[in-house]
Design a binder for this molecule. Structure first.
Ligand SMILES: O=C(O)CCC(=O)C(=O)O
Length: 451
């Protein structure tokens, strides 16, 4: 994306400093939309102009006050880490527009890059209309969310959404690490991340994750049935692919919690049939531009290593969670990344000025879930563990939501070619109505699959 706007370059640069390269909302007239290349140029220029202020905004996403509060040496280390990570990320060759071959399968060069690195960034997938619908639904959902953790009412005193049903809102102290070093989520986040001090006056807790979006966010459900994304799922997981989740990771500036280093899979590590794709993948749709400071970090190729001893890795790095071979997943608003659930990944506390909102939805291979028995993990303290076995019938019931989502999307975008979903070919004419929606969402929620 090139610099756009009506002003000469000098004022564009000035405005760039003010907005800090952040264009998360639709840009009003006169705002400047900065591409990643522009951002890098501004960053280089910033060394010569008002260094403290510019450094505070652009160098690593921290404010000058935060830099002042922190140990100077650590800030330099963070800046160097973010810079070198960005350079490594951009040299990986795992981003670009989505492409399919003549048979409708994902282009083999994309598959190769995904299999080599464990993730891939599809650029410019979501158009402006759809982004607008997602923004609107997200704003409405947050408006109706509990006023604080556990509250039955929203900030205006109305009954809050959720209330024992979906979505579940997960809260964390600003810039904290809610999962690192705990047994939550089957203990898959064994090492606690750094927890920078939040600014004075911030709320005691903030929402960092929303689980089970589809009841309240139909734009997310429609995006989940994007025909190109479902073609990717079919290419990688076979025609009988099975849906996993529907969540948003929300990292508000100065508040967003970290997500400690982990691999998502918890089930098949010791299996004789283990392979790099056995725990499936997640799509990550970016509603905001991502940076090294607010984005997800991934260790390329780690999905092929088997289960990784994370404490050992961190210890070998002198106890620092800035792992040396990791890279940030750098995306523009409207990009959709795909990430193998076996990749070692994490995100740091978002001390930057830039919001991130990532809609995550994933898919499994049918064989990887059929007749598998697991303990469904707790995501917060006090949640009881539930034992589950995924029979062919329960899997099929969950898959029905994919078919309904395809119809919901078709109703909104009649000119688009709809995806044909093989497991529900016999129900392809099932319509998205308020009744079918309620029943399908209930079965989908009851049949939640986690491996
Ligand atoms: O987006 C993030 O910060 C964390 C995402 C993540 O860990 C996941 O989707 O498994």
């Amino acid at each position: 994306m090139a610099l756009v706007g009506r002003w000469p370059l000098a004022s564009q640069v000035a405005v760039g400093f003010v907005v800090g390269g952040m264009v998360c909302r639709a840009a009003p007239v006169g705002w400047v939309v900065l591409g990643r290349q522009d951002y890098r140029i501004l960053k280089a220029l910033s060394r010569f102009v008002v260094p403290t202020r510019v450094e505070g905004i652009l160098m690593n996403g921290l404010t000058s006050k935060e830099i002042a509060l922190r140990d100077r040496a650590d800030a330099d280390l963070a800046e160097a880490y973010f810079d070198s990570g960005e350079a490594r990320a951009l040299s990986l060759g795992n981003r670009g527009p989505i492409r399919f071959d003549a048979d409708g399968r994902l282009d083999s060069a994309i598959v190769d890059a995904y299999e080599r690195t464990g993730f891939y960034i599809f650029e410019n997938v979501i158009d402006d209309q759809e982004l607008g619908e997602l923004d609107e639904d997200l704003a409405s959902l947050l408006d109706r969310a509990p006023a604080e953790e556990g509250s039955a009412v929203d900030a205006q005193g109305r009954p809050a959404v959720g209330g024992g049903r979906h979505p579940h809102f997960l809260w964390a102290r600003p810039l904290s690490d809610p999962w690192g070093g705990t047994t939550l989520l089957n203990g898959r986040h064994p090492v606690r991340m750094d927890e920078p001090a939040p600014k004075a006056g911030v709320p005691e807790k903030a929402i960092f994750l929303m689980i089970g979006l589809y009841e309240e966010m139909h734009s997310a459900l429609r995006l989940s049935a994007h025909p190109d994304m479902l073609r990717v799922a079919e290419s990688l997981n076979g025609p009988d692919f099975v849906p996993y989740n529907d969540t948003i990771f929300l990292k508000e500036p100065g508040l967003g919690a970290s997500v400690a280093w982990h691999q998502d899979g918890t089930t098949h590590w010791e299996s004789p049939d283990w392979h790099p794709n056995i725990h499936g993948f997640n799509f990550m749709a970016q509603l905001c531009r991502t940076t090294p400071a607010n984005g997800l970090w991934v260790i390329p190729g780690s999905h092929k290593e088997g289960r990784i001893d994370i404490p050992k890795r961190v210890a070998a790095n002198g106890g620092s969670t800035r792992l040396p071979d990791a890279v940030p997943m750098l995306c523009e608003r409207g990009d959709v990344a795909i990430c193998n659930r076996q990749c070692l990944h994490a995100s740091f506390a978002n001390a930057s000025l830039d919001r991130r909102a990532t809609f995550v939805w994933g898919f499994f291979q049918h064989d990887a879930v059929l007749d598998v028995e697991v303990d469904l993990p707790a995501t917060r303290a006090g949640e009881p563990a539930r034992r589950r076995r995924y029979s062919a019938d329960t899997i099929r019931e969950r898959c029905e939501l994919v078919q309904l989502s395809i119809d919901a999307r078709k109703a909104r975008r009649p000119k688009e070619d709809s995806f044909r979903y093989a497991p529900c070919a016999d129900a392809a004419d099932k319509k998205w109505t308020s009744e079918s929606r309620r029943a399908a969402l209930r079965r989908y929620a009851e049949g939640f699959i986690f491996i």
